[in-house]
Design a protein around this ligand. Sequence first.
Ligand code: ZN
Length: 125
Amino acid sequence: MRKTDLQRFRKLLMEEKERVMHSMADHHKVIRGLDGQEGGATGKAHSNHLADQGTDEFQYEATIQFASTEGRYLYHIEEALSRVEDGSYGKCEGCAGHIALPRLRAVPHARLCIECKEKEEEGTL
Ligand SMILES: [Zn+2]
């Protein structure tokens, strides 16, 4: 892969990492119940969330779910960044061939080429 392409993907991954981390931080506040409740009565008075108990519980479940999905995604982004650093970024882990650039643009943390990805999904890799 050309150095200019590599730098572009590195930037893309860094931005994506930043975005996911911010998104996770927001969700962590909900998970830890810091959504205006920590300050007791005073905090509650300033809270915009006056949702009923049922809604809160639903949001809690959805948040946990979302946070673990995001966590896995973040892990993949970090793995991709370390491949950028060690120079193996863009190389397929299945067949050691090059992952096509359009695929990397669509999925910057991809570690398999399209062919190997399909095999993996079929369970034949
Ligand atoms: Zn491959």
